[in-house]
Design a protein around this ligand. Structure first.
Ligand SMILES: *[C@@H]1O[C@H](CO)[C@@H](O)[C@H](O)[C@H]1NC(C)=O
Length: 217
């Protein structure tokens, strides 16, 4: 390989590293987002709705704190299938969060809260419940995406490729391989998406003395 070509490759590689935008998601009450920013992270995804069916007002304060520190702010929404309708939950959330975030990410993962679990047998009903949530956010003109891992999606929807109805919305997928790269996605694909938008690549770590997961896009 010619030296000029090698130099070009090295430059390209360093540009693509620079372009990776990293962020955190968290649920704990926190107010030191400038530390997070100084550590090289530029977005925060706060919990907006709790698995047992209640708005997360701590998450709302986190969102304000994150934005005040200059971070991009999104929210995630852990829905409860059982106690309240999809639209009732979305309305509760929307009454508090309004349009203060960029995208709200619906958390499709096993829900341990009593009376709130996805059905273990009615995969069609689970898919419909997710559709109801997406419709409720869309009716309020909010940007909505889906968070899931291939394993969680398969368990809840019946297979990795099932319920492929949301590909016009962005996907945030989880795969804890400690690699801020989408190159694993083909193997961990779900729900019909061919391209993901965000990856959660580290779960349950600590940054600036608070428990977070690490993400990138
Ligand atoms: C925020 O984080 C920085 C860096 O770790 C630390 O020096 C500072 O004391 C923290 N501030 C608060 C209020 O915890």
């Amino acid at each position: 390989m010619k030296a000029s070509c090698l130099v070009a490759l090295v430059i390209l590689a360093s540009i693509s590293t620079t372009l990776a935008t990293k962020g955190i998601d968290l649920s704990a009450s926190f107010n030191n987002f400038s530390c997070v920013k100084n550590a090289g992270y530029s977005f925060a995804i706060v919990r907006g709705y709790k698995s047992f069916g209640e708005v997360d007002t701590v998450g709302h304060q986190n969102l304000k704190n994150a934005k005040a520190a200059g971070l991009i702010g999104d929210a995630y929404f852990f829905p409860c299938k059982g106690k309240k309708t999809a639209s009732a939950q979305v309305t509760e959330f929307d009454n508090v969060f309004g349009s203060e975030y960029g995208t709200v990410w619906i958390d499709v993962e096993s829900n341990p809260s009593t009376g709130c679990g996805w059905s273990s047998s009615d995969h069609t009903g689970n898919c419909q419940f997710l559709q109801d949530l997406v419709n409720a956010f869309t009716a309020k003109k909010r940007l909505v995406g889906i968070y899931a891992s291939q394993y969680q999606w398969s368990t809840i929807m019946g297979s990795a490729s099932a319920c492929a109805k949301f590909t016009s919305h962005p996907l945030w997928y989880a795969h804890y391989d400690n690699s801020a790269s989408f190159s694993d996605y083909a193997k961990y694909a779900l729900g019909g998406w061919t391209t993901p938008s965000i990856k959660q690549y580290v779960g349950d770590t600590t940054l600036c003395s608070v428990g977070v997961d690490l993400n990138f896009y």
